[in-house]
Design a binder for this molecule. Structure first.
Ligand SMILES: Nc1nc2c(ncn2[C@@H]2O[C@H](COP(=O)(O)OP(=O)(O)O)[C@@H](O)[C@H]2O)c(=O)[nH]1
Ligand SMILES: [Mg+2]
Length: 453
């Protein structure tokens, strides 16, 4: 009988009844192997479930990145539409401002106006020299900008981004001495403002020459301001050029610039924008100097849902970029964006390293890098110009990106950069968001710079 039951129990599968389980328990000593087999099965099953869970997690991360990318794209399209509407609004505001200005200059209350001009000049000096006391003014000024440009999307942001430069930069000072009845000392004052601005001597001379004649002959501040605006626009237009990604696969872009200029952030923003345009983008972590720099770029790769080619900290930057370009070539990437370090032991080492990276890129792919972009920090003012000269002597860069225009009154440095370097300015940075990296458009920039509040 027990034999029979045992036989029956062997034949039975996992669906055995309680009774058969009892019987099986009785035969435990002979089924050790089976227990081991079952344990192995359980382990396999757990491993399978773990792999599945990991796959689902990865899938969720990909979906999240895609959703973020789509949100950013939607924001970009929205901003673009709003920009068009804002442009129309700004043009009609400008017309209104011009006629208001004309009325004001015809007013007979001359002494009152001179007093007002002097008062606002003093206020401006205090604001730009002592940040603490200037704080209040900046706050109220930015409130004004907010109201003035409410509802104008992309243009509002550019207006906001240039608020500091507009309110406290050299153009604001010139605006004040040109307002109303002109003082006899206006030319001297103009000269002083221009030569102490962040535009460099050459540009200061150029602007002074253009405007002085008008002041001397006609004594017309509004006309002189209009002339200055036109001249600034001419200079800026000379460095406006479309940013084009060539057909090479990959089109390799190398960024250079001092530490902290904004290279890594700018590359992350560019990668996001290009990915949103449907390009297959590879970020190459060529700044192997600091682990944080690699991690920073990695975060951007996650944000934009693009790939990153990285090496360990301390690895040879040229080798890393060489391998990265090869990888991009082999895997059909449209664009490869290579980051570099901005600080090595000294300036000479840095320049030598960049030259080597340049050479080695050409070995990884003939013609690479297809563009070298110099990233400059606007808050450095005249120093940004000096850096551009230094880098330019070592590497023939193709274009400029000027970052951090939002955090400075020295945005006028862009005029000096254009006039002196004669290189295209492709992008400007006015904040830390992806859409804060903007294509540089001279007309829009001048509009925001000369906006009346
Ligand atoms: N406000 C502002 N900050 C910026 C801009 N571009 C970069 N930054 C910040 O500047 C700092 C240095 O940037 P990073 O990309 O690390 O510079 P890198 O050393 O040249 O790679 C970071 O905190 C960035 O977030 C910008 O256009 N506006
Ligand atoms: Mg960096």
């Amino acid at each position: 009988m027990s034999e029979k039951i045992s036989e029956k129990s062997d034949k039975k599968s996992n669906t055995a009844t309680d009774k058969s389980i009892v019987k099986t328990n009785e035969t435990i000593p002979v089924s050790k192997e089976k227990v081991a087999e079952k344990t192995q099965d359980d382990l396999d099953e757990t491993a399978k479930m773990k792999a599945e869970a990991e796959r689902m997690l990865a899938e969720a991360a990909r979906a999240k990145a895609e959703a973020e990318r789509m949100l950013e794209e939607a924001a970009r399209v929205k901003a673009e539409t709003e920009k068009k509407a804002a442009k129309t609004e700004s043009q009609s505001n400008q017309k209104r401002d011009l006629s208001a200005q004309k009325d004001a200059s015809q007013s007979k209350d001359v002494s009152k106006k001179i007093e007002k001009t002097d008062k606002s000049k003093n206020e401006a000096n205090t604001a730009s020299e002592t940040p603490k006391s200037g704080m209040k003014k900046t706050e109220s000024a930015s409130k004004k900008t907010e109201t003035a440009s409410k509802g104008s999307g992309r243009t509002r942001s550019l207006n906001d981004g240039l608020e500091n430069t507009r309110s406290h930069g050299f153009l604001a000072q010139i605006g004040r001495i040109f307002k109303g009845e002109l003082k006899s000392s206006v030319v001297d004052e103009l000269e002083e403002i221009l030569f102490t601005a962040d535009i460099g001597v050459k540009t200061a001379e150029h602007l002074l020459d253009e405007v002085t004649e008008n002041l001397k002959d006609k004594g017309d501040g509004a006309a002189a301001m209009a002339l200055l605006r036109q001249e600034v626009e001419n200079i800026l237009k000379s460095c406006e050029k479309p940013f084009v990604i060539g057909d090479e696969k990959p089109h390799v872009i190398l960024t250079i610039g001092v530490n902290g200029a904004g290279k890594t952030t700018t590359l992350g923003k560019m990668a996001s924008q290009l990915t949103a345009q449907g390009k297959k983008v590879l970020l190459i972590a060529g700044d192997t100097f600091r682990a944080a720099a690699i991690e920073q770029l990695e975060e951007w790769a996650v944000r934009c849902g693009c790939e990153i080619y990285r090496n360990k900290q301390g690895a040879d930057p040229s080798g890393t970029i060489f391998d990265g370009i090869k990888y991009a070539k082999e895997h059909g990437f449209d664009v490869a964006l290579a980051d570099t370090a901005g600080r090595l032991n000294n300036k000479k080492d840095l320049i030598e390293e960049l030259k080597k990276i340049h050479r080695v890129s050409g070995k990884a792919m003939s013609g690479a890098p297809h563009q070298v972009l110099l990233v400059l920090d606007a808050t450095n003012g005249q120093n940004a110009l000096a850096q551009a000269r230094d880098f330019g002597e070592a590497i023939d860069f193709d274009g400029i990106i000027l970052t951090k225009l939002d955090g400075t009154a020295k945005g006028g440095v862009l005029i000096g950069i254009c006039e002196e370097l004669k290189k295209p300015v492709y992008f400007i940075g006015i904040g830390e968001m992806i859409e804060d990296l903007r294509k540089f458009e001279a007309e829009e920039f001048v509009e925001a710079l000369f906006l009346k509040e």
